[in-house]
Write a protein that binds this ligand. Structure first.
Ligand code: GLV
Length: 309
């Protein structure tokens, strides 16, 4: 019986080595060398080809190579009844927290403004808010967003969260549901979006959302590109309503060279690297789940196809 890995990164051989150490009895196959479809019991995937998973008759579990599973649900022909497992990985959460903190502090401490002044050799002090006066809003307060909100609250920021349903986060007020989105945005000067991509969250960062935020606010988009209406963001930056944006995810990846985001003076962007799945840390839960399935137990961290995460 075999496990198939489909990744768009060059970390395939690394995964092979780590799997070989942890599960030497499991045959490891690296896409596109899939071999006999009947042998494949487990698939660990990033952006599987539509229809491909359905053609694996013995498939027992689909593992996402990332925390998000939208790249799997994009396949309209998924096999029925095969559980889909998302990655819940401490290291991945830690990296997302680092990225959110990095850019929140960067905006809070006016680094883009000072960088511009340095280019002009200008020695000038910009006004600085106290941390407790800076209202940060975290959209999505599950596994990753909850950790982001708690860490930012630990710095002393005035943190609120927004979620689909009521939740409790230590040190942060949580706004829940669409009805509370506008008041949440209205108090948030730095919005960090870590939501999963679902039909409900598609295009959620749009002109209306930006208009609800206070003038001079910032956006940090590290959930999924499909949540951000890029033309609305550019308009809000150009009008001066938004002061800056840090973007790691895009509607089209790689971001096309023609995108005005690349060169916009108020945009900092990275190529979807806020968190990178590291086999050394992510492998153990895949191994644990394979062990559970072999013992006849349900895997952990199965997503709800109706909810989409
Ligand atoms: C990365 O985007 C992930 O889903 O982990």
């Amino acid at each position: 019986m075999a496990l198939l890995l489909k990744t768009s990164s060059d970390r395939g051989p690394w995964w092979r080595e780590e799997f070989g150490k942890a599960l030497p009895d499991l045959e490891f196959r690296l896409w596109p060398a899939t071999g006999r479809a009947e042998d494949i019991e487990f698939a660990l995937v990033w952006k599987p080809e539509p229809g491909f998973l359905r053609a694996l008759p013995k498939l027992k579990v689909i593992f996402s190579l990332g925390a998000g599973v939208d790249h799997i649900f994009e396949d309209p022909h998924l096999p029925e009844g095969v559980p889909i497992v998302r990655l819940v990985d401490e290291q991945l959460t830690r990296q997302m927290v680092e990225y959110a903190v990095l850019h929140t502090l960067r905006f809070h401490r006016q680094v883009p403004g000072y960088e511009a002044q340095q280019r002009d050799k200008r020695w000038h002090e910009l006004p600085q808010k106290m941390t407790r006066e800076r209202r940060v809003g975290v959209m999505g307060v599950g596994e990753i967003g909850g950790a982001v909100a708690r860490k930012l609250a630990g710095f002393g920021f005035d943190v609120a969260g927004w979620a689909r349903t009521e939740r409790k986060i230590e040190g942060a007020r949580v706004f829940a549901g669409r009805g509370q989105l506008t008041p949440f945005l209205g108090r948030s000067e730095i919005v960090v979006c870590v939501l999963p991509l679902t039909p409900d969250t598609t295009d959620i960062l749009n002109a209306r959302a930006f208009a609800a935020m206070p003038r001079g606010s910032y956006v940090i988009s590290i959930g999924r590109g499909g949540q951000l209406v890029e033309t609305d963001l550019l308009a809000a930056l150009d009008s001066g309503h938004l002061a800056g944006a840090a973007l790691d995810v895009f509607r089209e990846e790689p971001l096309p060279a023609s995108s005005p985001l690349w060169t916009h003076p108020k945009v900092t962007l990275t190529p979807h690297v806020a968190a990178i799945t590291d086999p050394r840390s992510a492998l153990s839960q895949v191994v644990e789940n394979i062990g559970r399935v072999r013992r006849g137990l349900a895997p952990l961290n199965v997503v709800d196809p109706k909810r989409g995460y």
